[in-house]
Design a protein around this ligand. Structure first.
Ligand code: 3PY
Ligand code: MG
Length: 271
């Protein structure tokens, strides 16, 4: 069995790799969304397991990674910050990919790649007793050890003014697979309006830099319309919505309908 993941397969396909944000430490929520999506013309190929802002921590990684992996989707763990030990813990618990917030330079990017790979390619410490469990068909030992060297998807978030200024250099860093835009932080860190001209110019600069270097560009969206617009712009990987965003909006809309109010599906302002 060759080492392959749902996200890597999906990124090779003709349409964007759609995923969603998991902020609740619940395998049941993840599986409720993923399971039995076969009737649909598209499916989620990845789930962002959010240990930066979500209620998820290190102790939840193993169960969540296995739940997502068992549904033919890839768990990608967003670690709280770009540190070697945090990335190691996520990978050892079976993440198919990692995401790090706030990548500001090519020096940051090169370190992150090194932390994801065993020597001689990098400095990842060895001990993947549990990592293969979330990779269907991948055996412990050489199959995981060798396959994961290139098979783990490495994403860095560009979401600061410095990150945008350095994005062409960061995008040229070998080993980073995906440049993931965090639009909320990007607007706050740049001190510009989200959705305004400067914000959008920065987003387009990141997209262009990724593609000019043969890399994938990804973005966080707040609903399906936002996601469709980014798909039409050529983004390769798109987060459509969050678990809590959908639960809250869905429940409030049902309440409005029950109360005889019009439901217009308006865009929300936050996560
Ligand atoms: C941001 O918008 O800042 C993100 O990191 C997406 O979650
Ligand atoms: Mg962010």
């Amino acid at each position: 069995m060759s080492f392959t993941t749902a996200i890597q397969q999906s990124l090779k396909g003709p349409s964007p790799a759609f995923g969603f944000w998991l902020t609740l430490p619940s395998a049941a929520v993840a599986k409720t969304i993923l399971h039995g999506a076969s009737g649909s013309s598209t499916k989620f190929s990845w789930v962002l397991v959010d240990a930066e802002h979500g209620l998820i921590s290190d102790t939840h990684y193993y169960e969540l990674n296995n739940a997502v992996g068992s549904e033919d989707a890839s768990p990608i763990v967003r670690v709280p910050c770009a540190e070697e030990w945090m990335i190691k813990r996520a990978l050892d618990a079976g993440a198919h990919g990692i995401m790090t917030p706030m990548c500001h330079s090519e020096i940051d990017a090169a370190k992150i790649v090194s932390w994801c790979r065993y020597p001689p390619l990098g400095t990842r410490g060895y001990g993947p007793m549990f990592a293969p469990h979330s990779f269907p068909g991948v055996n412990p030992g050489p199959e995981y050890d060798e396959g994961s060297q290139q098979g783990v998807t490495i994403s860095v978030q560009i979401e600061s003014r410095l990150g945008v200024e350095n994005v062409e250099k960061i995008a040229a860093t070998s080993g980073i697979d995906v440049f993931f835009i965090g639009p909320f932080d990007l607007s706050k860190q740049m001190g510009v309006t989200r959705g305004g001209e400067e914000h959008e110019a920065a987003i387009q600069r990141i997209l262009a830099a990724a593609h000019a270097n043969g890399k994938k560009a990804a973005i966080f969206c707040t609903d399906g319309n936002d996601a469709r617009m980014r798909a039409e712009q050529g983004f390769d990987m798109i987060s459509v919505n969050t678990d809590v965003g959908v639960i809250r909006a869905g429940m409030l809309n049902e309440l409005k309908t029950a109360n005889g109010e019009t439901v217009n599906g308006g865009k929300r302002e936050g996560y």
